[in-house]
Design a protein around this ligand. Structure first.
Ligand code: FAD
Ligand code: NDP
Length: 360
């Protein structure tokens, strides 16, 4: 049996994906969204599900919880007719049309795709980075975490000294969040300045339960030497003097940035040196016409909920135009341009039921 077909599939479930879904479903294009099942370790709803209050998203004068905001977006997507599938897409084939999408655990060579689509919006966001410190694997989730909001309230951190690594907005936010639970929070910043916004930096530095150690890096996580033992100490180093010390720390939280979730499209879509999907400036157009990218997966500069939502809107409008052109049986203009540049066809002749993509 042929897999179900949709005009437009959205992969991802953060603000970019949901904004695209809202626009496309209101345009009656019946989008299908694969929201992920703990894709890349993040719950459906994306990065905002790992935070407390979002204070800078317009429309919520008193702020709104990150998960609550994403629940609202999801409800809005469904309200207008988006079909949401709670599965992770493990493989895509963007080299022939219709594009093909396989779900996790059904992505073998001989497995039928879960869906085919005329257009695809990639909105897979980004994942928290780890540092691979000595002891990290042993004490991961036994003191070491990449999400203070998710893990900070657990008893092992109550009234204990905690540490955060990073100097960005996440580090500032997470450190301040952790002061509710820990006895004191030390923030290790590898440079002599914070990258966080001025407001966040000011709040962090003024917090009496926080010590910011500039020019410091972590070297080793130490702790109980038994199965499921907990971390108890952190060996750190001043990178200017070279001096090392071992500090008490029952919790260590990474806030060292994110990697774009682009493994899915690697080798098919053009990506930059840091792995972000390359889009034409001011648009969601990727290197393959009919494939659009929105949100943090293509934005290493702003990475905000509102910019992700804005780019999701752009992707939806551009996908809508693309599909309208296809329906008119008129090859979309962008395809023609691309074809003119890349005349050689690259279709998959072993799969005759799928037309080769004339754009490649
Ligand atoms: P993401 O939010 O990254 O979500 C993408 C999601 O798609 C993934 O998490 C996963 O669930 C799903 N997915 C991924 N791969 C697949 C796949 N293969 N198949 C199916 N599904 C998949 N920004 C603000 O504006 N204000 C804030 O206050 C704020 N606070 C933040 C606090 C923290 C702790 C963090 C980490 C970030 C914060 N940000 C904030 C940034 C903001 O969360 C991001 O910019 C925004 O969420 C990016 O949205 P996105 O749509 O690109 O995708
Ligand atoms: P950022 O990339 O902004 O910051 C990462 C931090 O980690 C930097 O200070 C960086 O140091 C440090 N770092 C990276 N690698 C290492 C390493 N190997 N060892 C030690 N330190 C390291 O990421 P964030 O997650 O903080 O923020 C991502 C986006 O989300 C940003 O756009 C931010 O504005 C947004 N955000 C907004 C919030 C808000 O508005 N309330 C809250 C949280 C996030 P260096 O500076 O030296 O490179």
């Amino acid at each position: 049996m042929a897999p179900p077909h949709t005009k437009v599939a959205i992969i991802g479930s953060g603000p970019a994906a949901h904004t695209a879904a809202i626009y496309l479903s209101r345009a009656e294009l019946k989008p299908v969204m694969y929201e992920g099942m703990l894709a890349g370790g993040t719950a459906a709803g994306g990065q905002l599900t790992t935070t407390t209050d979002v204070e800078n998203y317009p429309g919520f004068s008193k702020g709104i919880g990150g998960s609550e905001l994403m629940d609202e977006m999801r409800a809005q997507s469904i309200r207008f007719g988006t079909e949401i599938v709670t599965e992770t897409i493990a493989r895509v084939d963007l080299t022939s049309r219709p594009f093909r999408l396989w779900m996790e655990y059904s992505d073998g060579e001989n497995d039928e795709p879960a869906h085919t689509a005329d257009a695809v919006i990639i909105a897979t966001g980004a994942n928290a980075r780890r540092l691979n410190l000595a002891g990290e694997e042993k004490y991961w989730q036994n003191g070491v975490s990449a999400c203070a909001v998710c893990d900070g309230a657990v008893p092992i951190f109550r009234n204990r000294p905690l540490a955060v690594i990073g100097g960005g907005d996440s580090a500032a936010e997470e450190a301040m969040f952790l002061t509710k639970y820990g006895s004191h929070v030390t923030v290790l910043v590898r440079k002599d300045k914070l990258r966080a916004s001025k407001t966040m930096a000011k709040r962090l530095l003024a917090n009496p339960k926080v010590t910011v150690k500039f020019n410091h890096v972590a070297l080793e996580i130490q702790g109980e030497d038994k199965p499921r033992g907990l971390m108890t100490h952190l060996k750190i180093q001043n990178v200017v003097t070279g001096e090392e010390e071992v500090m008490d720390a029952n919790g260590l939280f990474y806030a060292v940035g994110h990697d774009p979730a682009t493994a899915l499209v690697k080798g098919q879509l053009e990506t930059d040196e840091d792995g972000y999907v390359v889009t034409q400036p001011g648009t969601s157009y990727t290197s393959i016409p009919g494939v659009f990218a929105a949100g943090d997966v293509q934005d290493k500069r702003y990475r905000q909920a509102i910019t992700s939502a804005g780019s999701g809107c752009i992707a939806a409008l551009e996908a809508e135009k693309y599909l309208a052109d296809l329906e008119d049986d008129d090859q979309p203009q962008l395809e023609k341009d691309t074809q003119a540049k890349k005349p050689e066809a690259n279709g998959d002749s072993s799969a005759p039921e799928y037309r080769s993509n004339p754009l490649l």
